[in-house]
Design a protein around this ligand. Structure first.
Ligand code: NAD
Length: 425
């Protein structure tokens, strides 16, 4: 029996750790060498980014083109493993260009820090006491981050809620922090931790959690666009897209996939620029469910001219300072390609990309269906999975596309056929 217990694993050098895993998983020397390839991330940086590093993994870095956002042209870096996302984003961006592009506006970058207080007999009375001491609490919070305050950010306000929970009522203090160009989790967490002892003094209660909320509903991006019916292929397509949205608005099973399409674009940019994509996903889905029903993050309607109009509203906690954004050298290049000067501008680009990505998916669904475009691009992946290399990848993919049989079993058959023909020769 193999044991996954490796005492002091984290203290070992990267090479020593890798050796242990090579042994554990019976990796070949070739496989170990592949893990040793760090590409554009140097081993020392990788080793400080996360724990227990034994190697690195590369993803394709692409750019979506054609984006006109707030009347400015953007080339959008995307890192993603799924075929057709980049092509779809570029295509939809082109459709929106014809009528002036996409417009987007980010709200002030306010993040929420939560402090949970339990064992308070008179929570509503203590709520008043906490609010009465707001200025003092904000000062303590701001003392933790003079740099943030200097750039115009910092703790700005405080809200107090009394919530019912399975363990009885509890006070939840929300510290509202303007995090400027940061994603803000570390900054907010430090502040929430700093005010906790004072809140205990004021309430006589016990503080447990002191942590940012990923339901960043005060840090939103709004994006909107008009798409002319002619560029979509007629009013029928407009109607199809509006029906597709309507389906999502009425059915959470569809809404989840609708929002997944939006996140295809948002997360691809997030990965390219080293954002906390889990925070973005958590925020998006929690926001979609904020009314108690899971809803689509975008709305598609038909205007008085019969054109399609789309709008999107979602949390967008992204940063261009802090976290890994300035650690990964490629994330720095991605930000340079984007040419964004503030986190708000990055949020606006990402909101616009989400809306465009959604448009592309709905247009495909409302017309030829998603599989065709998707599967044609997927054909190459299937060929590779089936063992094709070099020229054989395209050969196998092309045959499957012509046959309309883009399936793994067919890819395997074709690869085997080609390889046996080659050996016979
Ligand atoms: P950070 O602490 O690395 O950087 C932010 C700091 O940079 C600020 O506190 C400020 O002191 C300084 N700064 C300098 N110039 C600034 C400017 N113009 N605007 C804003 N700040 C400026 O990073 P962060 O953004 O506070 O935290 C992000 C990290 O926290 C991410 O890596 C994320 O993964 C992680 N995280 C997330 C969660 C969560 O989402 N639940 C929880 C914990 C940690």
């Amino acid at each position: 029996m193999k044991s996954s217990r490796f005492p002091g694993f984290y203290k070992l050098s990267m090479e020593e750790r890798l050796k242990k895993i090579v042994e554990f998983a019976s990796l070949t020397e070739e496989e170990a060498n592949l893990l040793r390839k760090f590409g554009n991330l140097d081993p020392k940086t990788a080793d400080i980014m996360i724990e227990n590093v034994i190697g690195a993994m590369s993803y394709p870095f692409a750019v979506a083109v054609n984006f006109l956002i707030n009347k400015k042209d953007y080339v959008v870096p995307m890192v993603i493993e799924e075929t057709s996302v980049v092509a779809a984003a570029s295509h939809a961006a082109k459709l929106t260009r014809e009528s002036g592009g996409i417009f987007a506006r980010a709200t002030a970058p306010i993040m929420i820090g939560q402090v949970q207080v339990v064992n308070v007999r008179d929570p509503f009375y203590k709520k008043m006491i906490i609010l009465e001491n707001k200025d003092h609490l904000l000062k303590i919070a701001n003392d933790q981050d003079p740099i943030l305050v200097k750039v115009g950010g910092g703790a700005k306000d405080l809200e107090v809620r009394v919530i019912d929970s399975p363990k009885g009522p509890m006070i939840v203090v929300h510290l509202l922090v303007d995090v400027r160009d940061a994603m803000g989790a570390n900054a907010v967490n430090r502040m929430a931790e700093a005010i906790a002892p004072y809140i205990e003094d004021l309430t006589g209660g016990k503080v447990y959690l002191r942590i940012i909320s990923n339901l960043a509903d005060k840090r939103l991006v709004r994006a909107w666009t008009v798409v002319k019916k002619e560029v979509l292929g007629g009013e029928d397509v407009v109607d199809g897209i509006v029906y597709a949205w309507s389906f999502a608005a009425a059915d959470p099973y569809r809404a989840a996939t609708h929002n997944k399409g939006i996140m295809n674009g948002v997360i691809a940019v997030a990965l390219a620029t080293c954002q906390d994509h889990r925070a973005l996903e958590a925020g998006a889905h929690a926001y979609a469910a904020r009314t108690g029903r899971y809803l689509p993050l975008s709305v598609w309607e038909k205007n008085e001219n019969g054109d399609l109009v789309g709008s999107l509203e979602m949390p967008m906690p992204v940063g261009i300072i802090g976290g890994a954004t300035k650690v990964h050298p490629v994330a720095k290049i991605a930000l340079k390609i984007l040419g964004v000067r503030t986190a708000a501008e990055l949020a606006e680009v990402m909101g616009a990309v989400g809306l465009a990505q959604n448009l592309a998916a709905l247009k495909a669904l409302a017309t030829e269906g998603i599989s065709r475009g998707h599967m044609e691009l997927h054909a190459r992946n299937l060929a590779i999975m089936a063992g094709a290399t070099g020229d054989l990848v395209d050969k196998v993919a092309e045959i499957m596309i012509t046959e309309g049989k883009i399936r793994f079993d067919r890819a395997k058959e074709l690869v085997e056929q080609f390889l046996s023909e080659k050996t016979l020769k």
